[in-house]
Ligand binder design. Structure first.
Ligand code: GTP
Ligand code: SPV
Ligand code: MN
Length: 593
């Protein structure tokens, strides 16, 4: 039945099948014919629902179990041989004990079901940076999503077989099992290049190429091999002279990456000839190029984007991307025309609908129609502003790295780090309000270094050291910045219009680092370089000077509070915290006094 001569692959698939005991095994070849058969099977079982073929051709709706709607950080483990290597920010268990526990859960878990073998590649398989994996799963929903967000099929198996080491692939095992939340585990075994995920059927828990491989395992590969795997979007801005500059930006989950990645420049910019290009919306792999610059590749092939809040005003490109060949998860279903709806999609909620749980629903009930972490899975190539460099094997050169969080107060709209080390300090101390992308409380400020708290696959102190070290290896490093689109006024409204208007801040950033004679100016403050109100173009924007003033102010009392919060946060890393970062913290404190 096997389709490859790769012994390492065949042996492992046989071993996993002996444990999980599926009725049959189907190898995913990546053809439309096979995917269509699976869509048919999945609609017949009710796992996915076919949507209106005229309004949303090739689109499906899936409702996950109501207790299975987000990543589960408390059930996600890094089972490295040594506990120290997982560090204080990850859950750890002894790998042998964890394997024993999980074997119990996987034993016979696919009985009566089909095991699908999905060969996948993160990055185009032809790229020298591509990482290959195989995911075994008993969920067609997972197969159909993986077919969108990664490159799958026989061409990956062939590449692997022809590669230097055909046993060098990530071994991903997933079973929805009984969906028991008490026995839900997302477990990484870095030394074995393996991921075992059980009792979930949702997003980042089960699309093993995405957060599990492309961030958690890849971050550690990057440390060993001298590169960075980051939770970052990649955006290209083309100026009126036709020059394209790229930035990569790390914001925590549901904090605006997809939106910034697909930004539509405001009218004043479009009239001048500015354009924006999306290279990636969630993950970036960054390496030092032969030219001494930092280059970024998007390892994914599609978007798994947040639906609520997405509309023709906030993100028209995302709306246009998900009009066909898209899987919607946990949104509302409009029964009048069999389309989908979510909060803020438009001002016209359906009167006759089912909510994300499948219950009869209309807006007057006061409950949400879509889950706050409902998502669309759509091919990146359908995005109207997808970059011509999207599949470029070597990626794109990065002029600026941007960190950002969701901070209702204090943190200014934008500031620039003085140099690479200071930038690493800024990234390492990022704070952000939690969102619905993970289970747990929403709106609580927590430290989320480089937006990687849930995704760093090794000791975070070592991760900071690796970032500092990378700075020494990049002859021509990008500038490092911090942004905050989420400041609020006393009544809780956002002070900054955000979305496309973020272009104004992006322009300031790019001209700080590549502006030449047109470089944007700034003032030096205790926290870094900030624009004065007149340094950011506000043409065509209705915003009061007082608001701009407050968005660009440095509130010393707030920053002193930050200093003590950072002291406390850093103390968890003990002797693995690079001394350089304590020096930066000392410098911030001195600057403020
Ligand atoms: P993940 O896919 O979870 O990693 O999220 P993400 O970082 O890609 O976040 P996304 O762009 O999907 O945005 C999440 C939420 O933030 C959505 O509800 C957006 O409408 C909202 N949002 C994005 N950008 C802005 C902004 O500039 N201002 C404001 N106020 N809200 C924004
Ligand atoms: C995130 O939570 O950062 C996501 C969604 O991008 S998931 O794939 O579920 O991780
Ligand atoms: Mn994400």
């Amino acid at each position: 039945m096997s389709v490859t001569r790769n012994k390492a692959v065949n042996d492992w698939v046989a071993e996993m099948a002996a444990m999980t005991k599926p009725d049959s095994i189907v190898w995913i070849d990546g053809t439309e014919e096979q995917l269509n058969r699976l869509r048919g099977k999945s609609t017949a079982s009710g796992e996915i629902i076919t949507l209106n073929g005229e309004k949303l051709p090739g689109c499906y709706l899936h409702r996950s179990a109501t207790n299975d709607v987000a990543r589960v950080e408390n059930r996600t483990f890094i089972c490295s041989r040594s506990e120290r290597d997982a560090g204080p920010t990850n859950n750890w268990a002894d790998p042998d004990e964890m394997y024993a526990k999980l074997r119990g859960l996987f034993e016979g878990s696919m009985a009566g079901r089909v095991m699908y073998v999905i060969p996948f590649s993160m990055a185009v398989p032809e790229s020298p940076f591509a990482k290959f994996g195989i995911e075994l799963t008993d969920s067609i929903y997972v197969v159909l999503n993986m077919a969108i967000v990664t490159r799958i099929g026989t061409r990956v198996l062939e590449r692997l077989e022809a590669s230097e080491d055909p046993s060098d692939f990530t071994k991903g095992l997933h079973s929805i099992a009984s969906l028991d939340p008490e026995n839900r585990y997302i477990v990484h075994f870095p030394e074995d290049n393996a991921i075992w995920s059980v009792n979930s059927g949702y997003g980042g828990n089960v699309l093993l190429g995405k957060k599990c491989l492309a961030l958690r395992l890849a971050s550690r590969m990057g440390r060993d091999e001298g590169w960075l795997a980051e939770h970052m979007l990649i955006l290209g801005i083309e100026n009126p002279r036709g020059e394209v500059r790229y930035i990569s930006a790390a914001f925590p989950s549901a904090c605006g990456k997809t939106n910034l990645a697909m930004l539509i420049p405001p009218d004043v910019y479009q009239k001048k000839g500015y354009k924006a290009w999306c290279v990636g919306d969630d993950i970036a792999w960054l390496r030092v190029g032969a030219d001494g610059r930092l280059w970024a590749v998007n390892p994914e092939a599609g978007f798994f984007g947040v639906a609520p809040g997405t509309n023709m005003k906030s993100n028209a490109n995302a709306m246009l991307t998900c009009q066909k060949n898209t899987i919607f998860t946990n949104v509302a279903q409009n029964l009048d025309d069999n389309t989908v709806w979510w909060e803020k999609m438009d001002d016209d909620p359906p009167r006759n609908a089912l909510d994300w749980k499948g219950d009869r629903w209309n807006a007057s009930l006061g409950t949400p129609g879509a889950h706050p972490n409902s998502r669309f899975t759509a091919p990146a190539k359908q995005c109207p502003c997808i970059s011509p460099e999207f599949e470029s094997p070597g990626g794109v050169p990065i002029s600026a790295i941007v960190f950002g969080g969701r901070r209702g107060r204090g943190t200014p709209l934008v500031y620039q780090a003085r140099d690479w080390d200071h930038g690493v300090f800024v990234g390492s101390t990022m704070g952000s309000e939690t969102t619905a992308a993970a289970t747990g409380a929403v709106g609580v400020v927590r430290r989320d270094p480089m937006a990687m708290l849930p995704f760093c696959g090794y000791h975070m102190g070592d991760y900071f050291a690796h970032w500092l070290d990378m700075g020494r290896k990049i002859p021509n490093p990008p500038g490092i910045f911090h942004v905050n689109w989420f400041r609020r006024d006393e009544s809780g409204d956002f002070l900054w219009p955000g979305y496309g208007e973020n272009m104004r801040v992006v322009e300031w950033i790019i001209n700080r680092v590549t502006g030449g004679s047109g470089a944007s100016s700034a003032r030096e403050t205790p926290i870094g370089f900030l624009p004065r109100p007149e340094d950011i173009c506000m043409e065509g924007l209705d915003i009061s000077p007082a608001v701009v003033e407050s968005l660009l102010a440095v509130d010393k009392a707030y920053w002193m509070e930050e200093v003590s919060g950072i002291h406390e946060f850093y103390s968890a890393f003990g002797d693995r915290l690079p001394a350089r970062l304590m020096e930066e913290l000392g410098a911030l404190e001195r600057n403020l006094r």
